[in-house]
Design a protein around this ligand. Structure first.
Ligand SMILES: [Zn+2]
Length: 343
């Protein structure tokens, strides 16, 4: 199954979930309240209460608003008129999204997440939502978002959501497109579907790693452990995406994984399994401890070399009590403890 076909499947499952979930019934929840006339007609007190509820409920999109509501009340309480002018700006003709966005920091408790939910509630055909969930989900789908600047990321999120809506018109608008992000990150079925989707990439990477392995096998026979270790550090500090190996271009990531597999002697770090292939090489898999979509690095201290069984157990099993340092990693998978060194 290729990626496009698989994405079709994800969207179909999402649609089944969507029709029965609160997300769909909440799509127009603020239709009559987040409007210019309503927000300007409220007394200061009612206005404050309206936004206090909006923040504490996360605009009926995100959780965690409960922690921010008091902070929010404190920042806005002395400045109600300015805040009111700020939130009605998106309804006015000369509205500059960028200027508005860059002022979000002024109101502590009304951060980028809730502010973009508000914009989305103003017009879900125009403004996407951007919170941690959005970024996580889009990264899982393979989109690159790495800026430390919120505005840059927001422009990227808009572009990627546009791509998705164009490819899958059933997503309709930025509100529904964001519900897909929620589905992929917070709903078990979605989490499992995206894991399967990522397997396609893992499989493609595995093929390339085999090819690299065969190419470099002969060269590195006399490297000792320390040489290999130094080589890995050099490779993981290299910023280039690609490497050239004997006339062919490969992903640097795959080259690095081959080195790490070799460094770990092609042995599973959780159990004694070592799978010898007919050609005398060994089969083994590489996986990230902290996923890339959560900021995990391609580095020796974030990569586990695992046999296929342990790899699937790690990906699909119930994971708890993780301890991860530069040198060591331990975890309980389906109730059983696994640990390994990472040096
Ligand atoms: Zn194993």
């Amino acid at each position: 199954m290729d990626r496009k076909t698989y994405l079709d499947k994800i969207i179909t499952e999402f649609e089944n979930w969507w029709v029965n979930d609160q997300h769909s019934s909440n799509m127009d929840f603020y239709k009559n309240t987040i409007t210019f006339s309503y927000l300007t007609s409220l007394s200061d007190n009612d206005f404050m209460n309206f936004f206090y509820t909006f923040v504490s409920e996360g605009g009926r999109v995100q959780s965690g608003g409960d922690r921010k509501k008091n902070q929010f009340r404190a920042t806005v309480l002395n400045d109600i008129e300015n805040f009111r002018q700020y939130v009605v700006k998106p309804f006015q003709e000369k509205f500059s999204l960028k200027d508005w966005f860059l002022q979000v920091d002024k109101y502590t408790g009304f951060g980028v997440g809730i502010a973009t939910i508000f914009l989305n509630r103003v017009d879900y055909e125009k403004y996407p939502i951007m919170n941690n969930k959005t970024l996580k989900a889009l990264k899982k789908l393979g989109y690159k978002i790495s800026s430390s600047k919120n505005w840059t990321n927001y422009e990227l999120v808009k572009k990627y959501q546009d791509n998705l809506i164009t490819d899958f018109p059933i997503l309709k608008n930025y509100y529904k497109a964001d519900a897909l992000n929620h589905f992929l990150v917070d709903v078990y079925l979605g989490q499992e579907l995206i894991l399967d989707y990522l397997q396609i990439e893992t499989f493609e990477n595995g093929l390339e790693q085999n090819e690299i392995e065969q190419k470099i096998e002969a060269d590195s026979e006399n490297l000792d452990k320390q040489d290999l270790y130094d080589k890995i550090l050099d490779c993981q500090n290299d910023n280039s995406e690609k490497v050239l190996i004997k006339g062919k271009i490969y992903k640097r990531y795959n080259y690095l994984m081959v080195q790490i597999k070799k460094y770990r002697d092609y042995k599973c770090q959780f159990c004694p399994t070592r799978i010898k292939k007919a050609n005398g090489n060994y089969y083994i898999e590489a996986c990230h401890i902290k996923a890339k979509s959560e900021g995990g690095q391609d580095s020796l201290d974030n990569i586990l070399i695992l046999c296929p069984n342990c790899h699937k157990l790690f990906d699909y099993g119930y994971r708890e009590r993780e301890k991860h340092t530069k040198d060591k990693y331990s975890v309980f998978l389906n109730g059983k403890k696994y640990e390994t060194g990472l040096k």
